[in-house]
Unconditional design. Sequence first.
Length: 290
Amino acid sequence: MTARPAKALICLASMVFAWTFLAVLAARPLEAQAKNPFSGNAKMAKLGEYEFRANCAFCHGLGARGGGRGPDLTRTPKKHGDSDQEIFTTISNGVPGTAMPPNGATQQGVGMTEEEIWQVITYIRSVEHKPVEMTGDSVRGRQLFFGSAACSTCHMFKGQGGRLGPDLTSAGTARSLDYLTDSIRNPSRRLAQGLGEAMKEFTVEYETVNVVTADGTKLQGTLLNEDSFTIQFLDTREQLHSFDKAALKSWEKTRASLMPVYDEKALPEKDLQDILTFLVKRLRAPGGAQ
Ligand code: HEC
Ligand code: HEC
């Protein structure tokens, strides 16, 4: 008769014990050792590369050089802290409010073990390079950006500028210099996905829309949204439009960027270097007057 409650108690106690044990296990990665145990170990870096391809390259690109959704991880120093411990924490916890998921939240579901995270960090370290020496004139670059090069008519930088193209506030640290240069010299080669909109379930590329309305008005802009029946876009004067497709004379989406090609004639090499220096340096010293 008395055996029952006792059994229930033991059962409860063991459950509590199991939960505590699990909770301790779950909390463990946060108290990970501060130094990477595999530092400089080429074999571990290779294993890390394999895991990186499976779990991270989707966003951070092959070779960790950045992709549509994730920043270039070969850059140093890292925005969220550059020590082994800090990078470990970033990978374990993710970056709340962005597309960077906590460990275990990726499609794989299971998550990486502590050892595997250190392997991935060993890999990231092996492809990192020193901060690039930016030799341009960032003050002049800023003037060009907001002035004669007209970048700010379409791009926002720290809350100032247009909305037709992606916000470039973090482009200078998130994107590789090759990527940035290519985006400016050959805009249509690879359409931006917009880092700032990482929270959207589906990332939308900045596709161009050409529309002719029923009364013959021609409009061009950046696609915002589309379903079977309607299309929404921001035209080149930043007016928002929503049309029933059936009511339009014609409409098309194209992968030709709305951004003009800035070749050497439109933007000489020196001007390009100044603008790139502005984009990179402005972020290294947030709030700094440049
Ligand atoms: C769904 C896309 C996505 C996936 C998958 C992803 N990341 Fe990220 N990651 C991001 C984004 C976006 C950021 C930038 C967050 C921000 O705005 O600061 C980021 C930031 C980071 C940072 C910080 C960079 C810095 O400068 O501080 C590290 C390190 C990182 N990711 C490593 C990884 C690793 C390792 C994996 C795989 C285990 C991974 N990420 C998987 C999107 C992703
Ligand atoms: C007429 C509007 C317009 C102007 C002017 C313009 N851009 Fe763009 N830009 C866009 C649009 C739209 C995109 C997104 C499509 C694409 O990737 O080309 C874009 C994309 C970019 C990207 C890629 C961002 C990413 O995260 O992938 C960079 C970098 C960029 N522009 C830099 C510049 C710079 C620097 C200037 C001035 C020299 C400039 N743009 C002028 C419209 C413009």
